[in-house]
Structure formats: C-alpha cells, structure tokens
Write a new protein. Sequence first.
Length: 926
Amino acid sequence: MAKIPEKNYDPKNFEARIYGEWERSGCFHAEADPSKKPFAIVMPPPNITGQLHMGHALDQTLQDVLIRVKRLQGYSALWLPGTDHASIATEVRVAEDILVNEGKTKAELGRDEFLKRAWAWKDLYGGRITEQQRRLGTSCDWERERFTMDEGLNKAVVEQFVRLYEKNYIYKGNRMINWCPVCGTSLSDAEVEHEDREGRYWYFRYPAADGGEGIVVATSRPETMFGDTAIAVHPDDERYRGMIGKMVVLPIVGRRIPVIADPYPDPGKGTGAVKITPAHDPNDFEVGERHGLEQIVCIGPNAKMTAAAGKYEGMDRYDCRRAWVEELAAASGSGGGGYLVKEEKVNIPIGICYRCDTAVEPMVSEQWFVRMDELAKPAIDAAKDGRLTHVPERFEKIYLHWLEDIRDWCISRQLWGGHRIPAYYCDSCGEIIVARERPESCASCGASGLRQDEDVLDTWFSSALWPFSTLGWPENTPDLSYFYPTSVLVTGYDIIFFWVVRMVFSGLEAMGESPFRHVLVHGLVRAEDGVKMSKSLGNGVDPIDIIDRYGADALRFMLINGSAAGGDMRFSTDKIEAARNFANKLWNASRFIIMNTGSDKSVSGLTPGSAFGPEHDQASGYALCLENIPKHRLRDEDLWILKKISDAAIDITRNIESFDLSVATQKIYELVRNEYCDWYIEFVKPRLAGTDEDDKAVARSVLIAALSDLLRLLHPFMPFITEEIWSFMGKDGKLIVDRWPVALDRGEKSPSYVCDQDEDDEAVARAYAKIEMVKEIVRAVRNIRTEAGAAPSRALPITIKLDGDLGREQLDGAGALIGKLANVSKVTVTEDGAGVPDDAMSSILTRLAVYVAADDLLDYGAERERLGKEQSRLEGNIARLRGKLSNEGFTAKAPEHIVQAERDKLATEEDAYEKVVARLSDIADK
RNA sequence: GCGGGCAUAGCUCAGCUGGCUAGAGCACAUGGGUCACAACCAUGGGGUCUGGGGUUCAAGUCCCUAUGCCCGCACCA
C-alpha cells in the first residue's frame, strides 16, 4: 500500500520538516549559470534588532512567490537575504541593555567596549528573525546571507564614500540639520516625520533701540530668542517700512539686532514681522545667509541651553521656555508692562524623530552631506524613460516628486554603531584626508597620528548599496555581472524615500544601471479594526502565532489574497480561516486521489505527467498530450477539466507576471475548489468504482495529471502543503524544483488558440461545452429539489426536452453524470416534447428544459414565483439588448464580435422568454 | 499650500488596458453526517457600484465636479 496522508490536515506535522528538506537539498541556492536566464531579488534587510512582524510577512511572501515561480520556470532565481545593522535602532537597544544589566551609560563604557557589546548582542539576537523567516517558508539563498556591517560590505561602503568624495558629491559643511536630542545625533530629512502638536504662539515686543515702540513678533519657540540676530519684515509691508534698517533690542538680553527687509516674511501671517534665528531654523538660516547674519547657537546637542542663554545655560530647552516666558511677562519693558503682548493656543506642526518620536531641534552643525542635485537627475530619468517602473504606477509620482525637490543628504551620525566615516584629520596642519585605508601620515605636512572622524554613516548609506555590494562590488565578480541589475525590488511604500530612491541613484552612479527594473510596492498590514499595528498600541499580530495556529500556507495565502497591490490591507481572522479551510479542502481532495490511485500498480505504469506534457510543449495542446493515454480514451469530463486548468494556468501566469498576485490566488482558489473538487472529482467517482479497468486507469491518470498542475500553480503561494502532497504522489524529485505548467515568455501559443485550428481541439471544445451544459442541468435539478423540498437522498426521475438544433448525441454520456450528481433515478431525453410529464416542476435553460416529475413534490406556486422572476429578468435583458442592437451607432462602431455576441444573447433570451411565458400559461391553473 | 488615494452586498474587499446578467470570503436563510472533506456539501436571499455633470455606440471602469474619509510632502510667525 502506498503511503496515504493523515486524515487531518495539520501543518505542524510537516511544515518545519519540509523546510529543512528544502534547505538541505540546496535548492534555494542560485548561481551565475549562462545556460539559464537570471532572475534576482535582493531582500530588504530587516534590522537585527527586529522581530518578524506582519509587514515583513507580507513583504517576504510577495518575494517568495515571485522567486518560486521563476525557479519553477527554469530561471536561475536568486533571492539574496541579509540583515541590517540599523545603527540608531540597534544603538538605542544595546545602550538600554547595558544600562539595565550593567548600570552604565554608553559614555561610561566607552566606544570600544560599547562596540564589543553591540557585536555580542548581534550574535545573540541577529539570527532570531532569520529563524522566523524560515517558519514562513522564505526560500532565499541562505548561503549568501549578508550583513551590512560584514567585511565585504564595509569595503563597498568605504569605496563608495571615497568615490563620491573624489567626484565632489560628498562634502563636509556647516549646515542646518535636524537634531534628535534623545538619539543624540543628526538626522536626514527623510528621518523626520511631521506632526501637529499642541503649542502656542507668544507675541513679544522688541523695543526699538531709539526708545520707540519697536516691533511685536510671534514665536512658538521663545527659547530661541537668545539666538536671534535680526527681525525681518517684508520690504513692501507698509506697517514696518519706517523700521527697516533700524535696530531693536532683544528684551532683557539687551543685545541690539537690526530690522531687515527680506521677501521671506508673509505680511499676512502673525504680525508680519519675524524674528530671525539663523542657527535654529531652516528658513531663518537662509535669510541669515542672504544678509550675512551671525549664527548664535543657543541650544546644544542634548537639548540643553548653551552659554548664549545666559543664566539659563544648562537648562532643558522646554524648562527654559517656561522660565523665560515668565520672566519676559513679568519684566517691565521700556513702555511699561511686560514684553509679552499676548499668547494664543495653536497647533504647531513639528518635526519628530522617526525612531523615538522626540521633537527634533533644527540647528546648524558641521556634518557630512551628499550633494543631491546631480545624483538625482539620472534617477529621475530612469523612471521617466521606463528603465525603472513602479507597480502600481502611482508610486512613480511619489518617487519623482521626492527626487525633484530633494535637498542634500546629511549622512553623518553622532553614533558609534555603524560604518565609521573614512575621513582623517591632521591636527598639525588641519588637512582632511578621505581615503580607503587609514593613511600613515598627513599627505600635506607629513605629520603622523592622524585622527579618524568620530562619526558613523547613516545606516541607509550602506543599504543604498545593497543590490550590488552583496553581489561583490566593487570587485567585478561573475555574480555581479550575471545578476545585476536585479529584476524586482519588493518593499513597502513607507521606505521608498529611505531606501528605494537611494538605491537607484547609488546604483546608477556606481554601476551605470538602475539596480532593478521593477519596484513592487506594497502597503501596510493593519490590525483587524483598520488601525495601524504598532508596538506602542500593542495591537500587533505576531505572524509566528498565526503560523502556529493556522500554518504558514494559510497566512501566506491570506496575505496575498487579501488585497490589491500597493494598498493597505487589514489582517483578517475570517480570511485566515478561509485560507486554512482551503488548504484543508485541498488536503482532503488529495487524500482521496492518493487513496484511489496510489495503491494501483497499473496507474504507476502510466507515469501520469502534466496536462501540458513534457518540455512545456504548449503547441501540442493540453489534454491530448497526456502521456501514455490514447486520446480517444479520454472522456468528456477529462477533456473538460484539463482545458479548464490549462486555460486558467495561462491566465494565472499572466497575472503573476504583471504582479497581480491576488487575482492569481483567486483564480487558483476557484479552480481547485469549484471546478476540480466540486465537479471533476464527483464526475469521476463512479468510474473509479466501476469495473472497466482501462477506463479506471484513465480516470486515475487524469486525476493525477490535473492535481499535479494544480499543485504546481499553487505551490508559490502555499509551498508547504503542496510539497507535502506531492511527496505522497510518488513523484520523482521535489515540487519546488519541478516546473511551471506554462512558459508564456517562450512565446508558446495558448491552448485556446490551438483549439480553433486543430481537429482535436474541436473535440475538446465540444466536450467542454457538453460538461458546462451538464453542470447547468445538475444545478437546475438541485434547485428544483430544494424548492420542492425533496430530500437529497431521494432519487428523482427527470425529463430533458431538447431544442431543435440541439442533437441528442450532444448529450451522449451525460445522463450518467447527471444521474449521479443530481441524484436522478432516470433521465429521459426527448426532442419533440413527447414524454414530457403532464405534472412536473420545470426549469428552462439555454437550449433545453428540464422537468422533474413527482406527484407529491408539485409546488406550482413556487414555480410560478420563480418563473415570474425569470420572466421579468428576461424582459429587462431583452429590452436592453434590443435597444442596443437597434442603435446604429452600436452596430456600426462596436467590434463585430461584440455585436454578434449581443445578437446571440438576444436570440437565446427571447427563446427562453417565450418558453417561460408558455410554461407559465401551462401551469396557470394548476 | 502642493500631491496622491479611497468611496462597490450587512461586514472585509476583488473587479487589468471601458463591452456583465457586477463577483469572492465572512455573515444570513433552508435542507443534508452522501463511502476525500462538518475546517464539509447542496440551494437561496441580498447591490439604482457616494451625489451631479460629461466623453463614448457602450462607463463600476475614462474626464470634470461636489461630498465624506485616508495618506504623503511642505509648513514650528
């Protein structure tokens, strides 16, 4: 006896085992292989601090589906995994850890000791997420796993930095940056989020130096007054015209500052006069540049006030704000009363650190920057001319919009964990040397003991190199030339700016080509109630919990099936259950197939293959190339299911290749559940129980051939269950490395195309139509049965009355199928109406009518109601169709096949209408 | 302020380049332990596709507009 799957579908029994088998077999590994076409995806490297969350699960599943399909299609399909050091996130976590465990701060520990702890921490936790990825079924090439801080990548980072510096794309300068006081580092613009927070405007009077009234300005940040170096007004603002060029006095501080004219102030906002603090506001910084104003830094790096704030030195910025406002309000100004004129509550838009939610402090600071204007251009062009496409398309706009007004990228971070900036300072002569290796001595003055820059690089600087650094760059390795540019990049829309944009311009700069051809963008996975999942809300659903409960296949299927590309989706228990139930259904159906075929020697001799035959040979058609089975032995239902699968396979392949994965899953679902399980298996059951051994063998063979292709189609989405079932089918080799049912990109014809040309295909088309008719009849009988309240167990006799042009032979063999599926005791077929029972329930279908006769079941009331509905439906349709067809515009302009289809439709609807009316009058007095 | 998205069955959502009698899952109703499956099977009800214009022979699908939600960028006077 062959091995049979266990009665209950329980993914825990095999998922982990199968993953282990795959991994050991080496089938995840991809090499540069000139005999195959390359397909490559680099995995967005998760943070080593991270845990797998639903967003990852979606991201991983999308990539895994694409990789598995391409692997089955015979590509050298590389999926390159890795992890990211995520400097800020990791640094904060490790620092917390040290504080808790050792009671020491980062500073107390020192840089070297801290880094040791960080590496130890990475070794301890860095592998956790990759274990979780394995649970999901991630079929990436673990042999190539990389870490953004490993040796090769360090080299790439230094190389890129030096090259960009040498081309003058990287510079060091004193510029306005965003400072996070909690993380203790500068941030790039992309790392700052914006949020409205409750704040106020305080209106303060700055008295004129000559004793006049002076000017009132509004501010939401009074503590920056210590850094004010001017008051700006618009040159056309009548109110202040007389003040321009005069001096005002900074309240209490006493410093004199000029009133300047600049186009920046908007006369309609506030008082129309703006205090200018060049060191702490980006706009003020620019005004200051234009007017040569001094920059006075009054808030220091830890958000504490500097000496510029006088007695407030050392005080927290917000404490200072409160105290300073009080002092200003209480003070007696020159005109008597306080300097505070008024105060109003208002929502202030404020910059927030994307890591810690702290309000960032804009400040002038000396940092390293990447000059963006030149670099952005090729990245813009690549998208515009189609070398880089976004799926869905709308994300291209977002990408372009960001690049088109991009500002220079601040890349230095005041942290320890990360790639240290390869810049060396000579303290003797002040020379700055940027070099691949640490120089022994100063190139300018010869002094030794150069000091390396203390700062590290933005973690995204190394991520930006990921698509080529992981393939060996800057060496020109075989992998690099074979796999670069990669095929698709899959990521969430939330990191387009951080990552995608930077990879593209970095790749174009370093390699001359966009690092990938397509960006497949997905949305967020939200909680069941539509709220964003977040740690702080604690509403996250752990993918591992879900896998434990429902299996990875169900989770994957739900994630893909859940929503269209690019949009946010909700996690849904209902959908997870539906997916698990679907897996269960497949499991049971397969169990049935295996129980009925596995133990039979004659079947194994048939070596059932794919419905598509060997070698992906589309041109030879589908069912007719089933190996070892003479085509005349295939029955109608066999041809029907094989055509169904074949047509669907082509469709599904197209959907996958255009990244419509949710559409693809929907189609597979219907194919497996509705066509294969609900109809085909039921059609075939009597044959399996029959005595015609030859026919039994054919049925078994088709069952297996069809199931094989269904498993192939479903495998990328539900890899575990399909592989497990495959293993019960006595196949050679594993499903994961078997082959895809269709290979559209080879230019094969589709079976439906063949169908029109080939004699065999006419036979298939006839069989197909017949089975569809059988389904209609069966449904009609079941409907009547339900309506009349007949027990399902009770066999009923039926009469089928055919239309004139519908020959009796077109129902040949259908009687048995109908009999079994509709539980019919006897099928009578009549062409002229003779033999139609006088008293019967009826159903009028296209080109035939079905009568179910049983005296005790007659319910003409119900039938009248049903027919009445049918009549009005048909009336509506007929009116619509007639209107359409009598419209000359339609018949003249619409494509011929559409017009013809409408004519045919009208004919059948009119026909049905007449019959319904006739039937209604027949039963009018019953 | 600039830009983008969404509005379809009670709920959650599909519906590609315009050609439907608008679909699925869940929920609901009725019947059924039928020898793969109760994580099941069968049958059924349920929608003027947000409102208003327009383009077209044809609009859920394209354009404009209104309303209501959502998001990104900018904005700390």
